[in-house]
Design a protein around this ligand. Sequence first.
Ligand code: GLA
Length: 741
Amino acid sequence: MRKLIALPFLVFFTSLFAQDIKIDKGWKFKTGDSPEWSRPTLNDSDWKSIDVGKYWESQGYQGYNGYAWYRIHFIIPSTIKEQAFLKEKIRIDLGKIDDGDEVFLNGFFVGRNAGSNSDITQGPYDATRTYTIPINDRRILWDKENVIAVRVYDGGGDGGMYEGRYGISAADITDYIVINTNDNPFQFADKKVSKKIILQSTSEKYDFTGKLRIEITDPVSGASVFKQTIGTDFAINRPFEYTYKTALPELKSYDINYVFLEDRTKKEIVVKESIPYVLTPVATAAPRINAPGVFGVQPGSPFLFRIPATGEKPLSYEATGLPAGLKLDKSSGIITGSLESKGNFKVKLIVKNKIGSSSKNFTIVCGDNVRLTPALGWNSWNCWGLSVSDEKVRASAKAMLDKLADHGWTYINIDDGWEDKHNEQGQILTNQKFPDMKGLCDYVHSLGLRIGIYSSPGPWTCGHFVGSYKYEEQDAKTYADWGIDYLKYDWCSYGDIAPKQPSLDDFKKPYIVMKEAMRKNKRDILFSLCQYGMGDVWKWGAEIGASSWRTTGDIVDTWTSLSEIGFSQDKSAPYTSPGHFNDPDMLIVGKVGWGPKLHNTRLTPDEQYTHISLWTLLSAPLLIGCDMSQLDEFTLNLLTNDEVLAINQDALAKPAKKIFDKNQVQVWTKELEDGSTAIGIFNLDNKINKQNIDFASLKLSSTLKLRDVWRQKDLGSFTKGYNVSLPAHGVLLLKTASMKR
Ligand code: GLA
């Protein structure tokens, strides 16, 4: 289970040292617990093989919670010691481990990562494990077989060793060097890309000199397209900054290596990244109203809708056919009020500026379901983790208003970390990071945006803050009084309340209790279930009044996590309907980190296009997980493509279906309200994939007019099939011409 939050983020996490001994393959695994399992002489030949880059849940141990051990045998060559400049310590890197771990080398204890009570049942699951031991320590057997044994405990949800760098190396002065690619974004101007990188020393003792090589290569041909070597000189308070700038031959992603050759040790430190490319055309100066075209509200609930429109400012707004009870502010485009009775109301929204005007049909459905299209918003978890605060939420709301709201983004959701305790009257209090929750809600509403909050049906949340158990009615009332519009309700410690083998009714129970409590207040609160898909929640989420339900464990910013979650959503797809959506977890583009320190997402640019395209097709809630006050040009391009967002917000709310799966290419199609079909063609391979996509195998007509959705460009008419050339882990998102069904 995800409980505690990251230790400080290691900036050099992508660094590679040529001198490392890799221990990423060859691990053995066994569930259970015994002190004998640390012994080097133990015969583990009957233990199962395991991949330490993935949770044990995805490797045949579905639902396993408790103790388990990992073991690996390997030789440590004495050349490691001989080549080291410092000759002080040996470093063992073991990636991230969920929840806690204890590490043994040749039967001797090396270290532990545990919770505050030194009990490994509460480990800092998101911390990168690095253990060091003195280079002359007798625990190390030079030039002989060594055994590392890792004892792990997982309390719930995903568990085990799951990602990172696995290696043995001599800790050296080069460990004090940081190639910082994180603080400055890629910039695009005059058909050139540029970026400032910084070389830093974290040592008070050592200054560094050496050569920095910047190499850009074509990921397909391997050809070098840019190479530069620069002499550098830096110290703790004297960083070396360098901005490179170059034109690139094609509009696609390129690989870039920063290689620093340190003078004293002659060691190379390598940091790799991929150069992004922007596909979304700049929004035109002419006005345009963006999705959605349908909006659900309950009778008697406060109505709040900000018309999302792009175009040169100032814009003025009009609406014809607004039902009694609603009014529009013509300068801000915010519609407020409330509707008394159920019914469908056809409204025409109009937006004007000095260049022209544009209109859009908008249906207000006053009934039992709220919103009707997937939520478009932000959530604090994937960036700030438990370090979220009033200040950060306000900054996010302001950033959403300035950069995203015109494209339809509207929810600002506070995740775990705002709670204090219930007072004597049973009222939930906020902690000191949230001095005035009502004031914060009013502020977000004043921008025409909506605000969300988080709790658990258990006594404690996953981050060990107080939950709603036995206080459901009072909490629901407080949320409504504050003006909350969205509740994420996370199972967490409810696992201790529910029977050990919960029945379907046991899974539903806490969510029904909270839904009933919320029904007592006249407020439209989107109800977002978070229980990681237990009891096939997609089969009953809608029936108990949920707006969305998480279908999986927590996402992290890796391709393994993204692809395993995203491409397995076809099982729950049939259960999506207007106002009720599968939630494959929040977005991992931009600067993420689970707080307080952030890093650039580790997804490549093509993986990020895949992420947004797939979530869009799945009709998934799109909840931005990055720091929106640091949105770079590439991330903005991912989040502001109105044709892409229109597919996600389509009123039919049909989920995408996987229609084709061959040679590492998957095609997912989604029917749209205007009779057209959105088609996502995905390459799951880690190299370029060229294929002819046969329309017959997609169950589509033999001649199709196709539009490239990211580029917003018509491609022409094609018969029988279409040839694609997809980059590694990349996507082509297409739409057929509309044909009213
Ligand atoms: C769980 C959820 C996450 C987040 C954390 C908060 O892990 O799945 O999305 O809400 O709890 O502690």
